[in-house]
Write a protein that binds this ligand. Structure first.
Ligand code: PMP
Length: 360
């Protein structure tokens, strides 16, 4: 075995225990004589997998009864369209908070259908911080308020939930879902691509308040309407069965760890280790405002950018991979989602210390 510590922003590292269970069950799931990949999505075995996955996710996030949990295709990006298509109803406008590249993509898509009000933006500060509640210039007449709870590329995270009054709150939680407890009753829709804290790529988890379903605008493609998916328990068509199965194993794993309060403590501890290492060494610099820092994606630069290539090469040799920052930001980025063990963060911190001693 030579598994590395994989700091990729997504698809990202998965819990090793989950991968081992998948391996053990790959050829035959329980007494079914076949892999989950080969099962009918309408058969008893798969339906039980889907139901258990949903039940476990509901338990993890304490999802209230009046919310549907959907496992959909098209990743988080499909939600950039599904949200306006389903939620605009008779309203002309939607509010968006712009905190980085993914917010901008969501905004661009919404502009196809609605007038978009940017109620706050940190663009002028190169997205190095999260606007505060006081800064939000909300429009009470908007169909919804959309925000990105964690900015995967810029490494910032909302540490408060925006208050949107009676306007439904919509959240792209792709890169911090399940990293901390969250009050679902505050949201109209919360969605996340799976490939960071949930499971394999290609799927999105969508948690949507029931009264927001069934109002898709005329002409909405059936697959983009929440209603048929909700009415058919995510099996309107053939769902991403294997991804749902692995997501279910991840949910179970998180419950066994003690749930999201415990997971959050681990995430705080891991992030603290890494930010402390960056702060304590002039050789490294983190571009984000302290109060806005993400626990999931930690960007940092080296004092001498000429050394970036060598840093990445040496890190790779030490089994620490995918640390290159996003092309739009440069430098480094360590993504330390739920499944990154503390040992991985400690190994990175140790490597960074040694590297700066050699080159500082
Ligand atoms: N939103 C955020 C915050 C993301 O980080 C990503 C992917 N990195 C996306 C949306 C897009 O997700 P997908 O590729 O699953 O469509």
């Amino acid at each position: 075995m030579s598994r590395v510590f994989n700091f990729s922003a997504g698809p990202a590292t998965l819990p090793e225990t989950v991968l081992k269970q998948v391996q053990a069950e790959l050829l035959e799931w329980r007494d079914e004589g076949m892999s989950v990949m080969e099962m009918s999505h309408r058969g008893k075995a798969f339906v039980s997998i889907l139901e258990q996955a949903e039940a476990d996710l509901r338990q993890l996030l304490a999802v209230p009864e009046n919310y549907k949990v959907l496992f959909l295709q098209g990743g988080a990006t499909a939600q950039f369209s599904m949200v306006p298509l389903n939620l605009l109803r008779d309203k002309a406008s939607a509010d968006y908070i712009n905190t980085g590249s993914w917010s901008k993509k969501a905004i661009a898509e919404a502009k196809r259908y609605a007038q978009v009000n940017i109620v706050a933006s940190s663009a002028e500060e190169n997205f190095s911080r999260i606007p505060t509640q006081d800064e939000l210039e909300l429009d009470g007449g908007a169909a919804y308020l959309h925000f990105t709870s964690n900015n995967t590329i810029f490494g910032t995270e909302f540490h408060y939930l925006p208050d949107s009054g009676d306007v439904p709150l919509v959240c792209d939680a792709s890169s911090n879902i399940l990293s901390r407890p969250v009050d679902i009753s505050r949201f109209g829709v919360l969605y996340a691509g799976a490939q960071k804290n949930i499971g394999p790529a290609g799927m999105a988890v969508v948690i949507v308040r029931e009264d927001l379903i069934g109002h898709a605008r005329a002409g909405t493609p059936t697959m983009m309407d929440y209603q048929p998916h909700a009415d058919n328990d995510s099996c309107y068509n053939t769902p991403p069965t294997f991804s749902i199965y692995i997501a279910g194993l991840v949910f179970r794993h998180l419950l066994e760890q003690g749930g999201l309060t415990v997971v959050e403590e681990q995430n705080i501890a891991k992030a603290q280790l890494l930010y402390d290492a960056i702060e304590q060494d002039d050789f490294y610099h983190c571009p984000t405002e302290v109060a806005s820092r993400s626990r999931m994606n930690v960007p940092f630069t080296l004092a001498d950018a000429e050394l970036d290539g060598e840093f990445l090469q040496q890190a790779q040799k030490a089994g620490l991979v995918n640390l290159k920052g996003h092309r739009s930001v440069g430098g480094m980025r360590a993504s330390i989602y739920n499944a990154m063990p503390e040992a991985g963060v400690r190994a990175l911190v140790e490597f960074m210390g040694e590297f700066s001693r050699r080159h500082g």
